[in-house]
Design a protein around this ligand. Structure first.
Ligand SMILES: [Zn+2]
Length: 116
């Protein structure tokens, strides 16, 4: 046997879930769409607008995080190239004293470890 739930036509048609049950929305309807009546909160157009706003905020947040990640990757790649270049020239043709190259290599290695 199924229980038929009757909608009260003076209220919004949406069903609201609670912990163990659900019931018809207790707000009075204010807008009619495709023959169904909705409150401001459950108006499909309002729901769509809220979701679009939420999605735009998420897209902006993800774009910002992606830019930070790409900048970090670029920085790490730059450090790697520079570090390898310094290691390659170390001691081969000393334009600067070897001690300077060693200090640069140590500083770069330390900086690379410190990057988040
Ligand atoms: Zn409602």
């Amino acid at each position: 046997m199924t229980i038929q739930r009757q909608l009260d036509p003076t209220y919004c048609k949406e069903w609201v879930s609670e912990v163990y049950t659900h019931h018809q929305c207790q707000r009075r309807w204010v807008v009619e769409r495709d023959g169904h009546r909705y409150c401001h909160q459950h108006d499909p157009e309002a729901v769509k607008a809220r979701h679009a706003k939420r999605d735009a905020a998420w897209d902006a947040k993800w774009a910002e995080e992606r830019a930070v990640t790409e900048a970090r990757a670029h920085k790490l790649a730059t450090w790697d190239v520079l570090y390898e270049a310094l290691k390659a020239v170390e001691g081969s043709y000393p334009l600067l004293p070897n001690e300077v190259y060693l200090q640069l290599i140590r500083a770069l290695a330390a900086a690379e470890k410190g990057l988040p």
